[in-house]
Design a protein around this ligand. Structure first.
Ligand SMILES: Nc1nc2c(ncn2[C@@H]2O[C@H](COP(=O)(O)OP(=O)(O)OP(=O)(O)O)[C@@H](O)[C@H]2O)c(=O)[nH]1
Ligand SMILES: [Mg+2]
Length: 1490
């Protein structure tokens, strides 16, 4: 609101005040004023007043310098109208005094102040008052203001008063406090005084405020907390310059006060702080303060100890960046240990000057005690690698249970000493960073762990060990992980790997650790790539598991290896699944199959469930899935959620019956891929236990060849693709069978049983004997009793009872909660498929086949007119017309007909009536009945189109039924695509969308209280009217689009687009993502977000034709575009680059030929959400910062190297006759000076750090006033200045490198190209270690020397040379030169800056080669030390000079595609050889001449 207002004001046309004054008739108020008055007069609540005086148009009426007496006539009228408008608005929650007067009190007269403040008197909405950074012309003004503010304080509901950064007079305080003394009605609760007064006399009035008011709860004294990075403004603060008398007065008041509950002291001088704290110690100390916060105060050890010893009211103490000697920390630890009342001591060291880890450890050890609950909350910020190691050592001690005082531990590792892709080589030592020494961690007391690891290597180094430590840990309940999205881990950049391995590690941990309750990964790439939702879902399931595992453990049941499992048969129709099942049955039962001897097998409906084996060793059921796609929804609903206890057989028939020939190989690939996707998507990742999949090929008898070569390669290829999701076994000969032949199937049967045995003993979790016994009993029971598939809960309990009595040990029999055990049993038996449990149903399905085949399979078959036997026509009772429904709804009569047809076919069933059947359908989310109508939504049971032809004809027809209700002139359309993260291995299963529709509808109506009428359904979409927006959630199950759901929105006119997006993300998109991760969704699928081409949303173009791009991809393209533009900025002309130009990136949507739509363009800033645009800009800024930091460090090192070897080298550098560094820029000069000591080095770095911080704080201020885009401008400005600094430092750095490679002044003068390198004849970069033989042909090449960064030139021919005796001396030196250049470039992290990675062939190989040459710098140093010259290198340069000049000079443009140019500014290096592109850019920007 505020931002909008401010920008509206500034858009108004300027007003000529002079002219207005001369007009008789009262002129119209300036539009900005009118607008302000209109808005303030409205009904809306205003949090705070917009800073009106910073608006240029209004400034004319409130001039800062002009005397108040000049405010006459029109000007004074306008002023009055503005002030009155503010004064009569009574809905402000915050009063920021400096906002009214633009920080200068004298800008308003006393009477004007009265007008403007009028509305705040007696206000009942005002909550906060801020007085800060004020200046004034006379004391009278400030004192009068004090009086007026005092009235507000007394009469209004203001609860928080902050006064900071002012030199307010004692009389101001006297006036402010005057009413408070006697006013017991005052609502003031918190008082913050930071550098608030001019002299100590003011304290006595503050004391009066403390004494007088009984409601003040919080007192905060000291420096401004945000002052840390700013230079101190005025050091007059009483608590800063100690005034003992005043402090004593304050201390005494604190002692006597009984209303305060919280005291905060920030950067208060040590002696004063001690005096104040004295008020809390001893028998006569304060007894009301419960919370004490001390920030950056030194030397308080003794006093703090005293407080822990004698104070009994404190509950929480926070110590932030406190400094004291080690011994004091130990003593403080002991005092904490002995204190019985404080329950929370948080200690953080978030500044470089903060306490050392050693001190933290000393404190924690001393505070540790067996009998006491842990109270310490530690936060630390290690400054370098060694400190990280120490911090983890401390964590190790805590996790092993050696230190028992720490309740939460936070480690923020923020330094980035590793850059440019270099490894520190320290990884090895990370391997043993968290040893457990055989302990499980059961005695550990830590409950919260927070890790912010900036460095990817450190994260990877410690992650596995940390998770290993947590396996046996039963105390840590909360883990917060933050891997800042910097360096190589930017989730939306294509090279990002997503920490997939680390994710699996975590899921593996969650299989065994049931203690962890919350894992916050919101600051990791997992948040954006959909994995966070899966972690969430796993935690939720763990909580349920924890409940039943605890029930089993508490009942002291015996555990053993699992014996019950399920075999799933999947594949296309007529693949031979049922045939194979029957052959397996006959083998096991030892008899021949009679059932279908002379009849063709019936096609399977739904899932046929049968019991294959039920003996002492194992209880296996076969789940034979119908191949026909109409049953897929039902199969998904009843599919297992974890792969524990399951084996999958994919059956494939290569035989094409119609033509009696072999099917194409692609059929096999597509079918197998489809089923693997289905399996991977339907099950949650369970760490090690990937679903076991076997491929069986049938119809061997029909095939002419026994060879399976065609299948091997496809299986192998898919095995690799799906390696992370399923365990696809290679094909073996016995897997190729005639499914009708027992003999051929026996080896397969044996193999399956082996897999199960192996699974039970190694991979499945242990289960109680009770479960095993009951699943065996259930199997035998079902065989005996087929007419009673549904049991009431009571009957089921009775059935379980004897086993419970038998297996629960008598010792725990009395204490066992039977109902808990029974619930747990139901969960287990449902997991292994012995029963099917349907939530909210009072019955248990004890015959799974009845539900999956006889009931649901049959019902679908009836509804979809499925013919189980090709020859017979089905559905005499159901008419063809009634079984079609485009939108998925049917009338009650059709539904009745369906049900009756079904019930009529099963007359002997007991316990099953129509009502229960309906309940089952609805509880499985397979449909619902529309309230108040007779419509049933049962999309899976009813056909969409009459025939396949019609379906083709009507493709996209559903889209026609979607339409936007109204389109206003300012229509704002938004389209969000929610898509599977990996399209190769994941897809949304058939049941996903129908179930989501039902779930979302229920949630909207019952939890969000949305009226039923506003939620409309159809087969492929859900339409909503929410919060004023029209929303379609659409999903089409078709070949093209089963991987995504689209959310299309027409935003409300009354809301901003940003607010609308936020709303829909929270209420629809995130709901959908968590539903997908839940057991009812597709737990194996991770979802990511994309944006849809706006015109496609507006025109409701069919989903498969819509343009869409993943957000991470769009961000990445946007990021690259900005970087490209930045790289092109010439150093001296960069002022011409406008910030918005950098942000102006248009994404090109491809044309849609089917709809005759041409390619369109959309601005990335419009397509992306603000937070994403900000993320891109932040990332760029952060990267530039890092690069600059790393370059500066390298420059310092290089300078040091050179300075050490040549004491006079600084002279030589600055007074050097080398023309290109004569004009040595400021940055270099500063760095050279600062490089002299390591302390200075730190200074440079901290300056850089501060630069980043300042940008941040500038941004925060700007954000409150201007719109975000304007805030971005500030950041972009910063980026440009960073880029400039980066380039000038780069220039300086490279000129130093030129010294190292002996490229001297004379070479520069003779304009010798300076970036040579050597490749072999086909263009492969020569390695430094490669041996060169006489007679070999090599090519001498030259890089472009552009000031924005050197790089190889595309399609450069190079100079062909044959290695002979003469040149074999200098060519290796040229290779050395090129390596040195790259070595230093990479060392300084320039590969990223310059984009070298893309340019140089085999850059990754080179990098490793360079790393091996880590001692090059030593060699250089040695060379320089020994005379300053490497004769050989110099020789190489001379030869290059000779060879390229003079006769070849004219050919350089042709052979090397380089032209000679001159940079306008000397500091850019004078002459250079650059490629055509860089020349063009440079001359356009005017930075070079040809
Ligand atoms: N010659 C021969 N016929 C087979 C073989 N396997 C299956 N059949 C026959 O192929 C037909 C279809 O087999 P089913 O087992 O019903 O196929 P299905 O995979 O269960 O098919 P749906 O239930 O529709 O998914 C039956 O007539 C089988 O007898 C085989 O290996 N050789
Ligand atoms: Mg079948």
């Amino acid at each position: 609101m505020e931002g909008e207002g401010a920008s509206m004001l500034s858009r108004a046309p300027e007003l000529a005040i002079g002219e207005m004054e001369s007009v008789d008739e009262e002129p119209e108020l300036p539009p900005a004023v009118q607008d302000l008055i209109r808005r303030l007069g409205g009904k809306a609540m205003h949090v705070s007043l917009p800073p009106i005086l910073s608006c240029p148009e209004l400034e004319d009426f409130f001039p800062e310098r002009a005397p108040l007496s000049t405010n006459t006539g029109w000007r004074s009228q306008v002023r009055l109208r503005v002030l009155e408008a503010i004064g009569s608005c009574r809905s402000f929650e915050t009063l920021i005094v400096e906002g009214i007067c633009g920080r200068h009190i004298s800008r308003l007269t006393a009477s004007e102040w009265e007008v403007v403040l009028r509305g705040f008197n007696s206000s009942s909405v005002l909550r906060e008052m801020e007085i800060g950074q004020l200046t004034w012309s006379s004391e009278a003004e400030v004192e009068s203001l004090g009086l007026q503010l005092g009235v507000i304080l007394n009469s209004s509901s203001v609860a928080h008063l902050t006064i900071e950064d002012c030199r307010l007079t004692p009389r101001f305080f006297l006036n402010l406090a005057s009413g408070l003394r006697e006013n017991y009605q005052s609502k003031l609760k918190s008082l913050q005084l930071r550098q608030a007064w001019e002299n100590a006399s003011a304290v006595k009035y503050v004391v009066e405020m403390l004494n007088g008011d009984s409601r003040l709860e919080t007192l905060s004294l000291g420096k401004h907390s945000r002052e840390g990075y700013r230079p101190y403004m005025l050091e007059y603060h009483i608590l800063y310059k100690r005034d003992e008398a005043a402090v004593r007065l304050l201390s005494q008041a604190l002692k006597q006060n009984s209303s305060l509950t919280k005291l905060v002291l920030t950067e208060v001088e040590g002696g004063s702080a001690a005096l104040l704290l004295n008020a809390l110690a001893g028998d006569d100390g304060n007894r009301s303060i419960e919370r004490l916060e001390l920030i950056e105060i030194s030397g308080l050890g003794k006093f703090l100890r005293e407080i822990f010893i004698s104070n009994r009211s404190l509950r929480a103490v926070m110590l932030n960046n406190m400094a004291m000697p080690l011994e004091e920390w130990r003593l403080l630890g002991e005092a904490i240990r002995d204190n019985a009342t404080v329950t929370n001591v948080s200690i953080s060291t978030l500044l470089e000057s903060g306490l050392l880890l050693e001190e933290l450890e000393e404190l924690a050890c001393a505070a540790s005690s067996d009998g006491k609950e842990p109270v310490l909350h530690l936060e630390n910020l290690p400054q370098d690698y060694d400190e990280v190691v120490s911090a983890f050592n401390l964590l190790g001690r805590v996790l092993r249970g050696e230190i028992k005082s720490i309740q939460s531990f936070c480690l923020y590792q923020l330094f980035s000493s590793i850059s440019g892709g270099f490894r520190t080589g320290n990884q090895k030592s990370m391997e043993s960073i968290l040893p457990m020494y055989g302990k499980t961690g059961e005695t550990s007391v830590l409950s919260r762990l927070k890790l912010k690891l900036y460095n990817e290597d450190i994260f990877k180094g410690v992650w596995k060990q940390l998770l290993w430590c947590l396996r046996g840990n039963t105390r840590v309940t909360s883990l917060t992980l933050s891997i800042p999205l910097g360096l190589g881990s930017i989730p939306w950049l294509s090279r990002y790997e997503g920490f997939k391995e680390e994710f699996r590690d975590l899921m593996r941990l969650l299989q065994v650790n049931l203690t962890l309750r919350e894992i916050d990964v919101s600051e990791t790439p997992w948040q954006a790539d959909g994995k966070a939702a899966r972690i969430e879902a796993a935690l939720k399931q763990n909580q349920q598991r924890a409940v039943y595992m605890t029930a089993f453990r508490e009942a002291q049941l015996q555990f053993g290896e699992a014996k019950a499992g399920r075999l799933f048969l999947c594949g296309s129709p007529r693949a031979g699944k049922t045939q194979l099942r029957q052959t397996l049955m006959t083998i096991i039962q030892g008899k021949s199959w009679i059932g279908n001897k002379w009849d063709e097998l019936r096609r399977t409906k739904g899932i046929e469930v049968e019991f294959l084996q039920n003996n002492d060793k194992m209880q296996i059921s076969v789940w034979d899935l119908a191949g026909h796609w109409i049953f897929r929804t039902l199969q998904t609903v009843l599919f297992p959620q974890t792969s524990d206890f399951c084996v999958f057989l994919f059956v494939y028939s290569p035989y094409r019956e119609e033509t009696s020939s072999r099917k194409l190989d692609s059929c096999f690939r597509n079918e197998l891929e489809g089923w693997l996707t289905f399996i991977a998507s339907s099950m949650k990742v369970t760490g090690h236990n990937l679903p076991q999949v076997l491929v069986v090929i049938s119809h061997k008898d029909k095939m002419s060849s026994n060879s399976l070569t065609w299948a091997h390669s496809i299986v192998e290829e898919l095995r690799k693709i799906f390696a992370n999701y399923v365990d696809l076994r290679p094909i073996q000969d016995f897997l190729y069978v005639d499914s009708r032949k027992k003999k051929q199937v026996i080896p397969l049967k044996n193999h399956i049983f082996e897999i199960f045995e192996n699974l039970f003993s190694e991979k499945s979790p242990l289960v109680p004997q009770l479960c095993i016994q009951l699943s065996a009993l259930l199997l035998s029971n079902i065989k005996a009793n087929r007419t009673c598939p549904l049991w009431p809960l009571k009957k089921f309990h009775d059935f379980c009872d004897p086993s419970l009595k038998q297996l629960i040990p008598s010792s725990s029999a009395n204490s066992v909660d039977h109902s808990r055990i029974l619930t747990s049993l139901v969960s287990y038996l449902n997991d292994v498929g012995s029963i099917i449990y349907i939530p909210n149903l009072d019955h248990i399905v004890v015959d799974p086949n009845w539900l999956t085949n006889s009931f649901l399979g049959e019902l679908i078959a009836v509804g979809q007119l499925f013919q189980a036997q090709e020859s017979k026509a089905y559905g005499r009772t159901i008419s063809r017309d009634s079984t079609e429904s485009k939108d998925g709804f049917v009338n009650e009569s059709v539904f009745d007909q369906l049900m009756e047809t079904f019930l009529g076919k099963q007359p002997r069933l007991q316990n099953v009536d129509r009502e229960i059947l309906e309940k089952i359908l609805f509880n499985l989310d397979l449909g619902f009945k529309l309230e108040d109508t007779s419509q049933y939504f049962i999309p899976s049971f009813i056909r969409e189109h009459a025939s396949m032809e019609e379906q083709k004809h009507q493709k996209g027809a559903h889209a026609k039924s979607m339409a936007w209700d109204s389109k206003v002139a300012t229509s704002q359309f938004v389209g969000i695509r929610i898509q599977c993260e990996d399209l190769k291995t994941m897809s949304l299963t058939a049941a996903f969308f129908p179930r989501f529709q039902v779930f979302m509808r229920r949630k909207l109506i019952s939890e969000m209280h949305v009226s039923k009428e506003t939620v409309t359904f159809s087969r492929h979409y859900l339409r909503l009217y929410l919060d004023g927006h029209q929303i379609f959630v659409e999903h089409v199950q078709s070949e093209n689009s089963h991987n995504y759901v689209d959310v299309l929105m027409l935003c409300s006119e009354h809301k901003s687009k940003e607010a609308a997006i936020k709303y829909v993300l929270e209420n629809i998109v995130h709901e959908l993502i968590s539903f997908c991760a839940s057991p009812n969704g597709c737990p194996g699928v991770a979802l990511v977000l994309g944006v849809i081409q706006t015109i496609c949303v507006e025109m409701l173009i069919p989903s498969h034709l819509r343009g869409a791009i993943l957000i991470k991809e769009l961000k990445s393209e946007f990021f690259d575009d900005i970087n490209k533009k930045l790289r092109g900025i010439a150093l001296d002309r960069s002022q011409l680059v406008k910030e918005e130009e950098l942000l102006h990136y248009e994404y090109t949507w491809p044309p849609i030929p089917a709809l005759h739509l041409n390619a369109t363009f959309e601005k990335a800033t419009n397509l992306l959400w603000k937070s994403d645009v900000e993320a891109v800009v932040n990332e760029i800024r952060q990267k530039r910062n890092q690069q600059l930091e790393s370059l500066q460090q390298s420059l310092i090192r290089l300078n040091n190297d050179l300075a050490q070897s040549h004491p006079e080298s600084e002279n030589r550098v600055t007074n050097s006759s080398l023309p290109h560094i004569k004009d040595c820029n400021l940055a270099l000069a500063t760095c050279s000076r600062q490089a002299s000591t390591s302390v200075d080095t730190q200074l440079v770095l901290s300056e850089i750090h501060q630069l980043g911080e300042k940008v941040h704080s500038v941004h925060e201020t700007v954000r409150s006033v201007k719109s975000i885009v304007q805030g971005l401008d500030v950041k972009m400005e910063q980026i440009i200045s960073l880029q400039q600094q980066l380039q000038s430092t780069l220039g300086a750095y490279m000129s130093k490198v030129d010294r190292v490679i002996e490229y001297s002044e004379s070479h520069q003068q003779s304009r010798t190209p300076k970036r040579p390198y050597v490749t072999d004849d086909v263009g492969i970069f020569y390695r430094i270690s490669a041996s060169l033989h006489l007679g070999t042909t090599v090519r001498l090449r030259l890089m472009c020397e552009a000031v924005t960064g050197f790089h190889p030139v595309k399609d450069q021919e190079g100079l062909r040379l044959r290695l002979d005796r003469e040149n074999s001396g200098w060519i290796p030196r040229v290779i050395e030169i090129s390596y040195k250049v790259m070595y230093y470039a990479a060392k300084a992290g320039l590969d990223g800056t310059l984009g070298l990675g893309e340019a140089i062939p085999q850059w990754d190989d080179l990098k490793t080669d360079i790393v091996k040459l880590d001692n090059i710098s030593d060699i250089d140093r040695w060379a320089i030390r020994n005379g300053g010259h490497s004769v050989q290198l110099n020789e190489a340069w001379l030869r290059i000079q000779q060879i390229l000049a003079p006769q070849l000079r004219d050919s350089i443009p042709r052979i090397f595609k380089l032209c000679q140019v001159k940079y306008v500014r000397q500091q850019n290096g004078g002459h250079a050889w650059v490629c055509a592109e860089c020349m063009c850019k440079g001359s356009l920007s005017g930075s070079l001449t040809c």
